[in-house]
Design a protein around this ligand. Structure first.
Ligand SMILES: Nc1ncnc2c1ncn2[C@@H]1O[C@H](COP(=O)(O)OP(=O)(O)OP(=O)(O)O)[C@@H](O)[C@H]1O
Length: 273
């Protein structure tokens, strides 16, 4: 690989000196300051920190849903100036259109990205493949009201993946799910990401989720004026198996490092771990 391309891949997402201040009725509120972060192509990054520290604010900036008050965000060497199909977002509330079937919800995203260049049969094939990838072929013609929370979340993931984004941005995608469904979806996500080699940035409150899934855990200090406190590289071999990892000393070490940061160094305890 040539040196320029290598550098570009290592800095696939490049966040430079970002600050975000909101105008509020009580005056300016600085949510984030001095955010510097790079995400390599194919890397899985978790953003973790106490409630209100600015994780969703940072994800929105990468998604291009909001603009920083200072600093620059680049994706593949281009400044992020707004939302784009190369950066798909999966929210906690899965944001499906309730009057459309699972198929139609996914098709909508596929059509937006590939409609101008592909025919209907190709769009249909893409939609069906995405639903199959998350194990939802049997629910193809059901509406969101007829399926479980975990299945809805899988439709959201299928819709995002079907758009073949370069970057998958996830804001606590499994936060509202019960522990067993959450574990199953984490395993599915691990397998899918392994297959698609996607670059992922995921907001989470869950220490185990962060260690199990990530190559890098970005730990944020408490707000206001939150910033990145520490970045932990998780060098656990893939594919990862949650049962085997539970007793792996390296896993236990990473888990403890995150808990130490959240509980000991960033004070208050609620919602962590
Ligand atoms: N549009 C806005 N206007 C004013 N303040 C905002 C706005 N959006 C976010 N904030 C504030 O910025 C801070 C960071 O919010 P953000 O939602 O990013 O935190 P978070 O870490 O994702 O929280 P949680 O884990 O609870 O979801 C909070 O204090 C929040 O109240």
């Amino acid at each position: 690989m040539n040196a320029t391309l290598d550098l570009q891949n290592r800095k696939f997402i490049d966040i430079q000196n970002v600050e975000q201040t909101f105008k509020t009725a009580k005056g300016p509120f600085q949510a984030l300051r001095d955010i510097n972060l790079t995400v390599a192509k194919g890397e899985f990054v978790a953003l973790i920190g106490h409630s209100g520290c600015g994780k969703s604010t940072l994800l929105s900036l990468i998604a291009g849903l909001t603009m920083p008050t200072q600093g620059t965000l680049l994706c593949a060497n281009k400044e992020i100036g707004g939302p784009g199909p190369e950066r798909a977002v999966v929210f906690q509330n899965h944001s499906l259109l309730p009057w459309l079937t699972c198929y139609e919800n996914v098709y909508l995203g596929v059509e937006r990205v590939f409609g101008p260049t592909e025919n209907k049969a190709q769009l249909k094939a893409r939609t069906e493949a995405a639903l199959a990838l998350v194990g939802l072929t049997p629910a193809t013609h059901k509406r969101p009201g007829e399926i479980s929370g975990g299945m809805k979340q899988r439709v959201g993931i299928a819709r995002a993946l079907a758009m073949e984004p370069k970057v998958l941005l996830m804001d606590e995608p499994f936060g509202a799910l019960d522990a067993l469904t959450r574990a199953r979806l984490q395993d599915e996500l691990l397998a899918i990401v392994q297959k698609t080699q996607s670059t992922v940035v995921m907001v989470t409150h869950d220490v185990d989720e962060a260690v199990l899934l990530s190559d890098k855990i970005v730990m944020m200090t408490n707000g206001p004026s939150a910033t990145i406190g520490e970045v932990l590289s998780v060098e656990l071999a893939r594919p990862r198996n949650r049962v085997e990892l539970a007793e792996d000393p390296a896993y236990v070490h990473y888990r403890k490092a995150v808990i130490d940061f959240l509980y000991t160094r960033q004070g208050h305890v609620e919602k962590a771990a």
